[in-house]
Design a binder for this molecule. Structure first.
Ligand code: FA5
Length: 340
């Protein structure tokens, strides 16, 4: 019996030494201490011993059993501690690490200035309207007193769609849609993108932005137009800039004017942006032509109005000293980030 106990202990010790996981330990427990385990078999065999031997042998087997239990537990604790250490090393996080900055976006300078102008005009009682980019011939031309075959159509090279519609060449169709939906007196503005088949240079783009304005009431005169233009430009530039009004022809206004601003890029000396003349056309305007009021279902005998069509890109160029319109449309983040 003594020999059996020693060899079982030696076998257990060597298997315990080799056990590397909780699973190995569970198997070892079953192999030695389970119902059919080696040590359990030994305990059962005690009955066959002579009574005087049985007590001493029983004591030794029970001691071995207690030692095995303790050894299994100690080994289990060591394996768990090793696993925890391995996890701590693998899942280590440096909580003091700089997380870096998240990139913060900003509005495009055109959008910023557009919002500013909207604020200036809404403070003076104007409503802000929108309109579709794809327009009908009626809203883009006919209702604006530009019938088919009128030479004025050549002033705005148009992208026509296969279905006969077109990409709006200016924001003036917003005026017509606005007139049809309201009765005078009213004041509206309509900012948006417009499209022309243009040769692109420092001050011309094929897709650019305008901001339309219109006021209709009884007895509206050129003086009203000049007043609103002056207030608006002074607010946008933060001071009174030098402007000039000269006659201009647009079929939808009579009389029509060109409002030019002194080129702020060259101070009036002449540069590629102002085409060497020192002035830049930014806001054609005039009193609304009676035919246009009629197209908007407004009686020209009772009401009159003014309208203007601001070139937004050029205004932004003047405000920030941008020497080429293509910077505004190049999607270069280094450029746009300057306006944060
Ligand atoms: C018009 O589009 C008229 N609808 C404006 C108007 C409205 C006049 C109401 C009277 C009453 P014009 O084609 O001149 O007008 O364009 C208006 C402004 O848009 C110009 O003064 C200029 O600042 C800007 N603009 C015109 N073409 C381009 C272009 N290719 N790229 C950038 N800006 C342009």
């Amino acid at each position: 019996m003594d020999g059996d106990i020693s060899s079982i202990q030696a076998e257990f010790d060597s298997q315990l030494e080799a056990a590397g996981s909780e699973r190995d330990l569970a198997e070892l427990r079953v192999r030695f201490l389970g119902k059919k385990g080696t040590l359990t078999g030994l305990l059962r065999g005690l009955g066959q011993l002579a009574p005087e031997e049985r007590q001493a042998a029983g004591k030794r087997v029970n001691e071995l059993k207690a030692r095995m239990e303790a050894a299994l537990e100690a080994r289990g604790a060591a394996i768990a501690a090793r696993a925890l250490q391995a996890r701590l090393e693998a899942e280590w996080v440096d909580v003091t690490l700089d997380p870096g900055r998240r990139p913060v976006g900003c509005l495009h300078p055109l959008t910023q200035v557009q919002h500013e102008i909207e604020d200036v005009f809404t403070a003076m009682g104007f409503e802000v309207l929108d309109g579709p980019h794809v327009e009908t011939d009626f809203f883009n031309f006919e209702a604006l007193n530009i019938p088919k075959d009128h030479p004025a159509r050549d002033m705005q090279d148009t992208f026509y769609l296969e279905d006969g519609n077109l990409l709006r060449t200016h924001t003036s169709p917003i005026q017509v849609r606005g007139m049809l939906k309201r009765r005078p007196p009213f004041k509206i503005i309509g900012p948006g993108k417009v499209f022309r088949c243009e040769r692109i240079d420092a001050s011309h783009e094929a897709a650019f932005h305008q901001l339309e304005g219109m006021m209709v009431d009884r007895d509206i005169k050129v003086a009203h137009l000049v007043y609103f233009m002056k207030v608006f430009l002074a607010r946008v530039f933060g001071r009174e800039e030098e402007v000039r009004l000269r006659p201009g022809y647009f079929p939808f206004v009579e009389p029509g004017f060109e409002l030019d601003i002194r080129c702020l890029l060259c101070g009036g000396k002449g540069c590629p942006v102002c085409k060497q003349v020192g002035w830049l056309e930014i806001c054609p305007c005039g009193l609304v032509h009676p035919n246009v009021l009629r197209a908007g279902k407004i009686d020209p005998a009772e009401y009159s109005g003014f309208a203007f069509g601001l070139g937004l890109d050029r205004l932004v160029m003047m405000r920030y000293g941008i020497e080429d319109i293509r910077h505004l449309h190049g999607a270069d983040l280094r450029f746009i980030r300057q306006f944060r």
